[in-house]
Design a protein around this ligand. Structure first.
Ligand SMILES: [Zn+2]
Length: 122
């Protein structure tokens, strides 16, 4: 039972992905994270399936445990509302970097491609 497993809290509550999106069998996120930590060895392309409310960004100084990163939950709710199967968009991380001076995390998520497979309706 690999599908539908939770990879984190959705919508700030400790509910599984399956509870938050009962109609969704599989949600796949492909995106480019930019800038990347090691640009010579990493093209920034990322893949996640059935994510939590936010997909954490790759900036190690970002306080993204506060609920920032790629807003996967918000994107998915909008898609599910209109039964959309594919979507292409971009987003910025709204996190703040740790350190003496609060500084916005400047990480971007480019070329986000989401595909959703819905459970068959009875
Ligand atoms: Zn960030």
């Amino acid at each position: 039972m690999a599908q539908g497993q939770s990879q984190g809290p959705v919508f700030g509550r400790l509910v599984s992905f399956k509870e938050a999106f009962p109609d969704v069998e599989l949600a796949e996120f492909r995106y480019t994270e930019w800038p990347v930590e090691h640009p010579n060895s990493d093209d920034g392309r990322r893949y996640r399936r059935n994510p939590g409310e936010f997909i954490r960004c790759g900036n190690p100084r970002c306080r993204n445990e506060w609920g920032s990163g790629l807003p996967a939950g918000r994107i998915l709710r909008e898609m599910v509302e209109s039964r959309a199967m594919t979507l292409q968009t971009s987003a910025i991380c709204e996190g703040v970097e740790r350190g003496r001076h609060a500084r916005r995390c400047l990480l971007h998520f480019e070329d986000i491609r989401v595909s959703v497979r819905y459970r068959p309706t009875e």
